[in-house]
Design a protein around this ligand. Structure first.
Ligand SMILES: [Zn+2]
Length: 200
């Protein structure tokens, strides 16, 4: 099962790279085999995402420390964000991160982004109608991972739509499985593109 999940996520990583969402080896992606597992399978840093394969993952614990077979590998600096999201959302088994252009553009001009009136808002789990208001937070970028993890813990009430934006940086989205995590990330990206393009 783990090998199959690695294969599927690697395929997603290459597809997102083809959309221009992970330039210059950036971004990171992870999964857990089950919602009970404390072992996180995460993309290694420094790998060209155009050529990413199921061999390019490593495993870490909830503190972001490499598991025994992977002790010689360096996890991405952003591994801590994946760890804290699994801690805060025990049902999540997949976390995706993107550096796509439109959320980053919006993040430089707004404190948060509110979507209203778009059919695709229903792509966020729990949103029943395009008439509802969906508020996605934009957090300040931080180079201090412990600070940022604490920030997320303190602002967990703002994370009800399974995603957030980091200012000048990119997006994170998660889900109960890869299908749902992809839907959340792609919904957010599409709504950000719409919002950016209709600005006057
Ligand atoms: Zn990033």
């Amino acid at each position: 099962m783990k090998e199959n999940l690695k294969h599927q996520l690697a395929q997603t990583i290459r597809a997102y790279n083809a959309k221009g969402w992970s330039p210059a080896t950036s971004t990171n992606y992870s999964f857990r085999e089950t919602a009970e597992s404390k072992d996180i399978v995460i993309s290694r840093s420094g790998v060209d995402k155009a050529e990413f394969t199921s061999e390019d993952f490593m495993e870490v614990d909830f503190d972001g420390k490499p598991l025994s077979n992977y002790y010689h590998m360096k996890p991405s600096a952003e591994t801590g964000i994946h760890c804290v999201l699994y801690e805060l959302f025990p049902e999540a088994t997949v976390v995706l991160h993107s550096h796509s252009v439109y959320p980053v553009l919006l993040s430089m001009t707004l404190p948060s982004v509110i979507f209203e009136g778009f059919e695709i808002q229903k792509g966020f789990d729990g949103v029943q109608t395009h008439e509802s208001k969906v508020n996605i937070p934009i957090f300040e970028n931080s180079q201090d991972m412990d600070d940022f993890k604490n920030w997320l813990r303190e602002h967990v009430d703002q994370l009800k739509h399974h995603c957030f934006i980091i200012k000048g940086h990119g997006t994170y989205a998660w889900g109960k499985n890869l299908f749902e995590a992809k839907r959340h990330l792609e919904t957010l990206d599409y709504l950000c593109e719409l919002t950016w393009k209709r600005r006057k």
